[in-house]
Design a protein around this ligand. Structure first.
Ligand code: SAH
Length: 227
């Protein structure tokens, strides 16, 4: 099995770690199906880079600055990102590596892209924040830019989780026993007990009868037609 490693560069590693530690990701990491490392971009700021941080003394770890040409907001600087990516590349396992930048101007993410990216051994994700990222990251560092949809979020962390989870579902073993990939089987409505739910007197929400029939051929037909 080739281990997929995800490396996520962010100024909010804790946001990602808390999700990763309480989900299918946690199990997949324990069973060595994938490895996920978050990297705090601030660790690569001018102030901290290459210096041992002494307890209690935290130099101000600036990773953003004002945009050239004026305008509101701050822009993540190219240099800390370059250092972080170089650091991660050295740490990454052997094999094929792809560097992805999350951007509102990127190519729209879909399941085809997820399947393509699932073939890499190492994926390095760069999460933007504030007004965005110095464009030189897109021009010289990233292999591709991805957008998860036509809307603006406050950072690349949610896109990173979305993309990582979607890719992971294509990695053998990630879903464990529940290997019922919707992407392969198609997606259909599901129900569980009770057969009839009565939220109020006189109201009844029933499960479609065909699903209780035990007739597997009919059930399959129903599922296909509701795909
Ligand atoms: N000023 C930019 C928005 C920056 S949002 C613009 O108007 O387009 C800050 C960061 O959040 C971005 O750099 C990107 O990394 C991330 N982000 C926001 N929305 C996103 C989306 N739909 N898909 C992927 N990344 C997104």
């Amino acid at each position: 099995m080739n281990l997929k490693s995800f490396h996520i560069i962010t100024i909010f590693p804790n946001i990602l770690d808390s999700y990763i530690n309480e989900s299918l990701f946690c199990r997949a990491i324990k069973s060595k199906i994938i490895s996920i490392k978050t990297h705090d971009l601030r660790g690569f700021s001018d102030a901290r880079y290459g210096k041992k941080i002494k307890k209690g003394i935290q130099p101000f770890a600036r990773v953003d600055d004002r945009p050239f040409g004026g305008g509101p907001g701050m822009v993540l600087q190219v240099e800390p990102i370059y250092r972080a990516v170089e650091f991660v590349k050295k740490k990454a396992a052997k094999g094929k590596t792809r560097i992805i930048l999350f951007s509102t101007r990127g190519k729209r993410f879909d399941s085809k892209t997820a399947q393509r990216l699932a073939k890499y051994d190492n994926l390095i994700f760069i999460c933007g924040r504030y007004e965005g990222i110095d464009e030189r990251v897109a021009d010289y560092i990233a292999d591709e830019e991805i957008s998860i949809g036509d809307y603006v979020l406050s950072g690349g962390e949610i896109p990173a989780l979305t993309v990582m989870e979607s890719i992971s579902r294509y990695i053998p073993g990630f879903l464990g026993k529940e290997e019922s990939l919707e992407e392969i089987n198609g997606s259909f409505p599901t129900y569980t007990r009770p057969e009839v739910f009565s939220p109020k007197k006189g109201k009844k929400w029933s499960v479609p009868k065909v699903l209780l029939s035990g007739d597997h051929k009919k059930i399959q037909e129903w599922r296909n037609s509701n795909d």
